[in-house]
Design a protein around this ligand. Structure first.
Ligand code: NDP
Length: 253
């Protein structure tokens, strides 16, 4: 029987590429995100082993509903890829509390909520793999990324603790740290910065950073490099605690 894996944020970029890659490698994939219409494109791919399911990681009832659909199919999940993520770019001084809370809501509390919901079945099975998508920004950050960087540092810390906590239960935890990857994410980040180009204090700095960012982005590697690292984290006998996606680069200046 194929191993089953749930991926969050599979409607785009890294999550989508990972869903397709894992299905091609023989995994039964439950591809989740909020935009159901985008997820539907995955149905015919990966040898028909991808099941799209709508799920918002910030909404506990949505998580419950999605997991119930999977349980109703008699499936016990072996793997969880916590990939859903958003950014909030801008000077710390300017980002609102709502923006700060929003990025934590998805990247940290959402990740925790999905993990909490899945852990009982993994513990009962006495086996499982959790792969959290961190970022090189969780190690070294560019200016105007304070909120996003803080969430990715949180992912590093909670993953470290969880790895030790779950080892006796047969569950392995890894972090995959992509550098810049060519997905819509970078475009959203550039758009967010546009708003601050006319800022009377930070405007000039933002313009310089944004111009550099825009020049670099097209040469960032495609999301398959991250999908391959996720596959390794899910299948290696002794997965590493940290994977830095090969060939990816950091924007930190
Ligand atoms: P995309 O913007 O292409 O994809 C983000 C995904 O997250 C989408 O599928 C989106 O789906 C999903 N998502 C956002 N909010 C929620 C939510 N509340 N519930 C469920 N799903 C949600 O970005 P990437 O593929 O580039 O990013 C994926 C991960 O990789 C993120 O964690 C990001 O931080 C990380 N990363 C990306 C890098 C890059 O350069 N691209 C570099 C380092 C790390 P929907 O809107 O349909 O819900």
């Amino acid at each position: 029987m194929h191993q089953s894996v749930l991926i969050t944020g599979a409607s785009s970029g890294i999550g989508e590429a990972t869903a397709i890659h894992l299905a091609h490698k023989g995994f039964r994939v439950f591809a989740t995100a909020r935009r159901e219409e985008k997820l539907k494109n995955l149905s015919g791919l990966g040898g028909g082993r991808i099941t799209p399911i709508e799920m918002d990681v910030t909404d506990e009832s949505s998580i419950e509903k999605a997991l119930k659909k999977i349980a109703d199919e008699g499936v016990t999940l072996y793997g969880l890829v916590n990939n859903a993520g958003v950014s909030a770019m801008g000077p710390l001084e300017r980002l609102s509390q709502t923006e700060w809370r929003g990025v934590f809501e998805t990247n940290v509390f959402g990740l925790v909520a999905v993990t909490q919901a899945l852990l009982p079945q993994m513990r009962e099975a006495g086996r499982g793999r959790i792969v959290n998508i961190g970022s090189l920004t969780g190690r070294i950050a560019s200016p105007f990324q304070s909120a996003y960087a803080a969430t990715k540092h949180a992912v590093e810390g909670l993953s470290d603790s969880l790895r030790r906590e779950l080892k006796p239960h047969g569950i392995k935890v890894s972090v995959v740290r992509p550098g810049a990857i060519n997905t819509p994410f970078g475009h959203f980040e550039q758009e967010m910065l546009t708003h601050y180009e006319t800022d009377d204090v930070y405007g000039e700095q933002v313009k310089i950073f944004k111009a550099w960012f825009e020049k670099q982005h097209p040469s960032a590697p495609p999301p398959i490099v991250v999908a391959e690292a996720v596959h390794e984290a899910l299948t290696a006998e002794r997965p590493q605690s940290r994977y830095t996606a090969p060939k990816s680069m950091t924007y930190a200046i």
